[in-house]
Design a protein. Structure first.
Length: 283
């Protein structure tokens, strides 16, 4: 009897997950412009803490059989698994998120899934707060799953995306974001040489040689091509093509500097997720 009930619970959990995804996909043309999923630090931390807190409070004050069914493991697991899959796709195939379908799925549908996942996980913990000794494996799995999802899916837009204009006169150790705020970077950059493919119509940037300083005496000369990047201390350095011929300056070069602030947490949480999964299935 209990096995039959669990099967029905998993079925309803899967149907609920599909319903959330479909609703999110359909309303994305309206709500997608709000970019709700693009919350960044520390707003994203405040938001998920609020969701967990509300969920725990809901679980603590809910004693009805309906609440116990809605916040049951069979209902929660499919939803959280969907969030894990979102994070896995972003971690393993980051280039695919540029596809139009993925962009639409990783907007409003992802936002609804992670809101519901964090809320019901909190409710599950609150509902079983007095019997954690019997459900600690499920609780650890859910918390680690949310940690993995936070660092991958929820935090996919939470990175430093800076730009810097360098020249041959001096090394720069600061870059700017989209609104012009300056950030100090853990190395300095100086332009050595620019190579261009030229013809009678246009001069096209092909590659550039830059010098990266860790200290005054410790530096490395690197050649950047248009379609390649160079990684140093977790930063990805890319050439930025000028938008028009009028912006081509033979003595200046625009670079893009991208740093994923959650890169360590992604892999640590993935390892913890695998460990917690083993604990869960060995109970």
């Amino acid at each position: 009897m209990e096995e039959t009930s669990n099967r029905k619970g998993y079925l309803w959990g899967i149907l609920l997950t599909l319903a959330i995804l479909i609703i999110g996909y359909l309303i994305n043309p309206v709500f997608g412009v709000l970019n709700l999923v693009k919350i960044s630090w520390p707003t994203n931390l405040y938001f998920i803490s609020l969701l967990l807190g509300i969920g725990i409070a809901t679980g603590l004050i809910s004693n009805s059989d309906r609440a116990k069914y809605v916040f049951s493991w069979a209902i929660i697991l499919p939803v959280v698994t969907c969030l894990i899959l979102f994070g896995g796709v972003i971690l393993i195939w980051p280039d695919r998120v540029d596809h139009q379908f993925y962009q639409r799925m990783l907007s409003t549908p992802l936002f609804l899934i992670f809101v519901f996942s964090f809320y019901v996980t909190g409710a599950f913990i609150g509902l079983h707060i007095k019997e954690l000794a019997s459900v600690w494996r499920q609780v650890i799995f859910l918390l680690v799953a949310l940690l993995f999802s936070f660092s991958t899916a929820v935090g996919q837009y939470d990175y430093y995306n800076l730009s810097v204009k360098i020249g041959p006169d001096r090394a720069l150790f600061e870059a700017q974001d989209d609104v012009g705020k300056s950030y100090r970077i853990p190395f300095a950059i100086k332009l050595l040489n620019i190579n261009r493919n030229t013809n009678e119509i246009v001069s096209e940037l092909s590659s550039a040689q830059i010098r990266l300083f860790e200290t005054v005496d410790d530096f490395e000369d690197v050649i950047l091509n248009r379609n390649d990047n160079y990684r140093i201390k977790g930063w990805s350095i890319n050439l930025i093509d000028p938008n028009s011929e009028s912006e081509v300056n033979p003595e200046l070069l625009d670079l893009s500097l991208v740093f994923d602030r959650w890169i360590e947490l992604k892999w640590i949480s993935l390892i913890l997720l695998l460990i917690s999964f083993v604990l869960l299935i060995r109970r």
